[in-house]
Ligand binder design. Structure first.
Ligand code: SAM
Ligand code: SF4
Length: 383
């Protein structure tokens, strides 16, 4: 099946070669899988071959957005009103998500991260986790199921999620102050988030990570408090540089809080030492006073980590994306719903996964003057 990318916005269209010679997954491909990088060149194709891009990066992480809806309206992510929601009929069903995930796992994806929008708003969330957790990769290797959530609804849902196979949680909390939280998220729900974090801390899921977007004159005086809050909950705090992905397109580079500023603020309280061996992880980490506690910073803007990126994204409406900032999407929805036989549908999805990987640029272009923000807000991409 020919994979046709859809370009959103005005960034030049990539031309991922469609199809490609069908050769079996080569030993070289499996070796590359182990190392994270493979020689650039002809990647192996066909279901079961690793997903290697033209820069040699082996893909292991699929972020699955389950919905674009959310219980909050964070200013850096969604508009207060007037958001254009994805059509309900285009939202992937549980069976469709499972099908794509199964093929991705066959191709070497080892982690599924569930996100959104707010993944816990999906009414079948426990069943989504159960179905994905039952998938195995090559040679029966288990997959890991992680989730990024705002924490609201965790107290009621967490026992079922863990029983269904959830392995890891990241919970977002940008401020510990109620008024600020209300202003920033446009909802007065700090207590619900705190209860969600308490439920996660009381569970056995570790490592538990807390995420905060650092924002000037909003929460940049709370960075130390947030780290102490995380430590008190046996969690690791991670600060994220604000990225140009807000639905309102209001991001302003001159106002963003940088990694250097975050580290400088924390260094007033702790001695920081870099933790080596980051691999493909988005967060660089530093120990606090020699450990055991540490803090992470995701510096997509000032210290991009694209060279080791092993991530792909699937939006709630069935678009594969090879980068948060890409304006090109690879549409699997028509393949899933065109009524052909199982074999043809599987081959089509696998071909689209490979086209998406082949179309991946060496890095994002946030720092390029020609950068165009994707048309989708973060809530519709999946963070
Ligand atoms: N609703 C869930 C949550 O907030 O954790 C999951 C989806 S949210 C889009 C995923 C992550 O993206 C959150 O940690 C959020 O803070 C982050 N995020 C959203 N918009 C962002 C932006 N413009 N820049 C940096 N991070 C952003
Ligand atoms: Fe919702 Fe998460 Fe976006 Fe906040 S960051 S509006 S919680 S999707």
């Amino acid at each position: 099946m020919t994979a046709i990318p859809v370009t959103i916005g005005r960034r030049p269209l990539l031309s991922p070669a469609a199809g490609g010679a069908a050769v079996p997954a080569a030993r070289a491909g499996m070796d590359a899988f182990a190392s994270g990088h493979a020689p650039a060149g002809d990647a192996p194709t066909g279901i079961g071959a690793p997903l290697i891009d033209t820069h040699g990066r082996v893909h292991r992480d699929l972020r699955i957005s389950l919905t674009d809806r959310c219980s909050l309206r964070c200013t850096y992510c969604m508009p207060e009103q007037g958001n254009e929601w994805l059509a309900r009929t285009s939202i992937l069903t549980l069976d469709e998500i499972e099908r794509i995930a199964r093929l991705a796992a066959a191709d070497g994806i080892t982690t599924f991260r569930l996100t959104g929008g707010e993944p816990l708003l999906r009414t079948d969330i426990v069943e989504v986790v159960r179905r994905l957790a039952a998938i195995t990769g090559p040679a029966g290797a288990p997959v890991e199921i992680a989730m990024t959530t705002n924490g609201i609804r965790l107290p009621e849902l967490l026992p079922g999620l863990i029983e269904a196979g959830l392995n890891r949680l990241n919970i977002s909390i940008d401020t510990l102050r109620r008024d600020r939280f209300h202003e920033l998220t446009r909802r007065d729900r700090l207590d619900d988030v705190l209860e969600g974090i308490a439920a996660a801390a009381a569970s056995a899921l570790r490592p538990l990570k807390l995420n905060a977007v650092a924002m000037r004159d909003v929460n940049d005086d709370e960075l130390v408090d947030l780290v102490e809050f995380a430590i008190a909950h046996d969690a690791q705090m991670r600060f994220i540089e604000q990225m140009p992905l807000d639905a309102g397109h209001t991001w302003d580079r001159s106002r963003m809080v940088t990694q250097d500023e975050i580290l400088a603020a924390l260094a007033e309280r702790w001695t920081l030492a870099p933790v080596p061996g980051r691999g493909g992880a988005p967060a660089a980490r530093w120990t606090l006073d020699g450990g055991p506690h540490s803090v992470g910073v995701i510096a997509s803007v000032t210290a991009p980590f694209c060279g080791d990126c092993d991530r792909l994204r699937l939006t709630a409406d069935g678009q594969l994306r090879n980068c948060l900032f890409s304006t090109t999407e690879y549409d699997v929805l028509p393949i899933l719903r065109d009524g052909r036989g199982d074999e043809a549908v599987d081959a089509g999805i696998d071909g689209m996964l490979r086209s998406c990987v082949r179309g991946k640029l060496p890095g994002h272009a946030i720092n390029d003057p020609s950068f165009l923000q994707p048309a989708r807000g973060m809530n519709a991409i999946g963070g």
